[in-house]
Design a protein around this ligand. Sequence first.
Ligand SMILES: [Ca+2]
Ligand SMILES: [Ca+2]
Length: 233
Amino acid sequence: MASSTPPSVCNAHSVPVAEGTADVLCVDRFEVSVGRYQECVSARACETNDGTVFGPEFEGTEAFWERFCTSRMGRADLPLNCVDWQAARRFCEWAGGRLPSMREWLLVAGTSAPEAGRANVCDRSCRAMFVSLGRPGEYVDIDDGFESISPVGALDHGTTVEVHDLAGNLGEWTEDAFEPSRNDQRPDQRTVLGSSWETVSEEYVSGTTPYGHLAEGRGESLGFRCVYARRSP
Ligand SMILES: [Ca+2]
Ligand SMILES: [Ca+2]
């Protein structure tokens, strides 16, 4: 018997966030992990992640920051960082989806705002870790349990939230261009949302303030997740 409900476009990694509306949208529960990305590499659809950072902000300090590139750490359950926008896009395409738009990301975040201490930001242990590396800095005066990047889904969000670490852990690429001013000479910048394990200001913990990042840049605080969408008939 025919059903009027469109078949779900969710896969095993994702959950629905807007079913019942004109668009059916599913979103990855977790930031894309090293292990999941490796499946795409094994399928020869993604390039190997070499665990390097790139961008003007790293000039001369690459070696320091690359210690935090998760593909170097030998753990499949860490979220992939040090990944540029095109590589993130390619993965999502291979997975049958795409990067979220800014609007979609914020739609999901609206239903899963973190409680205090439930997002992995630069907490006391993070500060202590940076002190031990000779780089003391600002921090958020809480304990979240992780001095740097946490495995996907590691924070206890309680039972009502199905989408983890939108805020915190890694900032996340979106599909959208970031254009605060019109200037064709500017390099391609894409909009990033989400705070990260390095966020030091409570003001930014929710991660809903967009910022621009060089599309070809790769950073230790930046990863991604995918959405899967199809317009209903
Ligand atoms: Ca932390
Ligand atoms: Ca995140």
